[in-house]
Design a protein around this ligand. Structure first.
Ligand SMILES: CC(C)(COP(=O)(O)OP(=O)(O)OC[C@H]1O[C@@H](n2cnc3c(N)ncnc32)[C@H](O)[C@@H]1OP(=O)(O)O)[C@@H](O)C(=O)NCCC(=O)NCCS
Length: 144
């Protein structure tokens, strides 16, 4: 079952995010506190769009996104997408992505945009579903 994110889903999503990213291959170090703050920031966006996917009523994955204003046509920016490790590669990610695409289409948006790590399986996942790298864009940072 796939449905809209409700505020009461936050705690479960925090646990899933920690599970999805603290292990291989991401090896992040999210804590309950940082993961809660991280996800809450997305939810507080006035243009927040979120979906959860469930297996027998239990949430196994989620997408946190927002409608992003752009000078051509607005788009759906995917801030987060994760599936609990034991439910990965069973088609849940694909279902969430397809649902978000249908949503974007129904809202008259141009499409979906997102950032991910080019060296990790997420890139294979998005490529499989027709996503292409924007060659002209560079993600820059400066350590201070
Ligand atoms: C990336 C992710 C969202 C994909 O969701 P999923 O439910 O596992 O993926 P699906 O079952 O819908 O699709 C599987 C396809 O995605 C790709 N894929 C997903 N995980 C993969 C992995 N570990 N290794 C290689 N390919 C992978 C493959 O193309 C795979 O197709 P295949 O099984 O026929 O080879 C999920 O694995 C995940 O949450 N990973 C950890 C967090 C993450 O990377 N999030 C995205 C960051 S933006």
């Amino acid at each position: 079952m796939l449905r809209e994110f409700h505020p009461g889903d936050l705690e479960t999503c925090v646990c899933l995010l920690i599970e999805a990213y603290n292990g291989e291959p991401w090896n992040n170090h999210w804590t309950n506190e940082t993961a809660t703050r991280y996800l809450k920031e997305f939810v507080s966006n006035e243009k927040f769009v979120g979906f959860v996917i469930c297996e027998k009523e239990v949430i196994v994955g989620a997408m946190f996104a927002h409608q992003k204003t752009w000078w051509t046509k607005d788009e759906l920016f995917v801030d987060e997408l994760f599936i609990a490790p034991r439910f990965q590669r069973k088609g849940y990610g694909e279902k969430l992505l397809a649902h978000a695409e249908t949503y974007a289409q129904s809202e008259g948006l141009a499409g979906l945009t997102l950032l991910t790590n080019r060296y990790l399986p997420a890139k294979t996942f998005y490529t499989k579903h027709g996503y292409k790298p924007a060659e002209h864009i560079i993600f820059m940072y400066k350590q201070v």
